[in-house]
Design a protein. Structure first.
Length: 134
């Protein structure tokens, strides 16, 4: 499958009504594994490899959620969050990284979760798909 960031993957309806999920990570193996996990759970996914592409994809694809590596090149995660705030973008964010190395993300009001690296699939899914009521 193509990892073209301009093409949404998996046209099936997203679970839990999230819509398109933007995955931002410079590491192709991490990006691919997250995309495969999410597509396997019927989410539509687009990707970006750096912060500048992430901002472009937020404007282009209008994702319902962004999974953002805080150590992205070109613009790091902190710069991406600041740019989103300045532009008035209100997309929910899951910040990925190692807080000891990356520091805490700025006070962006739409951070809905934090995922540590290496990514644990169950941790990420729990952040994206809240438990269903019994």
């Amino acid at each position: 499958m193509s990892d073209d960031p301009r093409q949404p993957f998996g046209r099936a309806p997203a679970a839990a009504g999230v819509g398109i999920i933007l995955v931002v990570d410079a590491d192709p193996a991490i990006r691919q594994s997250i995309c495969e996990l999410l597509r396997g759970r019927r989410h539509s996914v687009v990707t970006a490899v750096n912060g500048r592409e992430a901002l472009d994809m937020v404007a282009y694809a209008r994702p319902g959620l962004v999974v953002l590596a805080m150590d992205t090149p070109v613009l790091d995660g902190r710069a991406v969050l600041r740019a989103l705030m300045e532009r008035g973008v209100r997309v929910p964010i899951i910040a990925m990284g190692n807080p000891a190395e990356d520091g805490q993300p700025p006070a962006y009001p739409r951070i809905v979760g934090r995922a540590t690296r290496p990514i644990r699939p169950d941790e990420l899914i729990a952040l994206i798909e809240p438990p269903r009521a019994a």
